[in-house]
Design a binder for this molecule. Sequence first.
Ligand code: ADE
Length: 252
Amino acid sequence: MRIDVLTLFPAMFDGPMTESMLWKARDRGLLDLRLHDIRDFTTDKHRTADDIPYGGGGGMIMKPEPVVSAVETALSDAPPNTPVILMTPQGRVFSHQIAKELAGCERLVFVCGRYEGLDERVRQLVITDEISIGDYVLTGGELPAMVIIDAVVRHIPGVLGACWAADEDSHAEGILEGPHYTRPTVFRGLEVPAVLQQGDHGKIQRWRREQGLRRTWQNRPDLLLRARLTDEEKYLLAQFADDQAAGQTRAL
Ligand code: ADE
């Protein structure tokens, strides 16, 4: 997959995009990440990328010419329908599903906004999608773009160690993952649950699902409204609620 990122601050990507899984993906040729400095597409000697807003008001607006010309350059050899994604708190809210959807694209272009925003004509002319990473405002779209790239790249086959790993994530099935353990068996008096030590795969699977369900019920009950649950899982949820009402925690 090739990803082009258009930004006024390409150096912000240096650390996150050159470590760990993202670096491995790039090193193995699974991710071709290209950073473009929007200032390289300005035409005046001061390399001006922003200007005052028409109609007054605070803050500066990113000028349309350099951004549109950077997008057109990135798209020059891209397939038709390549998404051009503006990072903005006004966009649709990012999710596991959107990460999977974007991972199916051959190419992606990210436009990182700064200052008070972009001239509206950039949206009208070249933007095909707008994504937010949550209902809060950051100083620019660079960190959101990195968040999305990380989440998307994990879905490219061959990036994670085991090919099924991304499908087992929290959120993949609409409920969260349960707890994980590694050695030692006892740490500061806390023991790894017996079921995990015994090696009965069927029991382990059921235990994990139950723990994931419990965690979702405790931390993100909103997810349960959309999750597809079996009758047994619905029964477990009812039991969690009963346990809570009885003021006790069900034995693991
Ligand atoms: N730019 C500033 N805040 C943002 C957010 N929450 N999501 C995406 N882009 C942004």
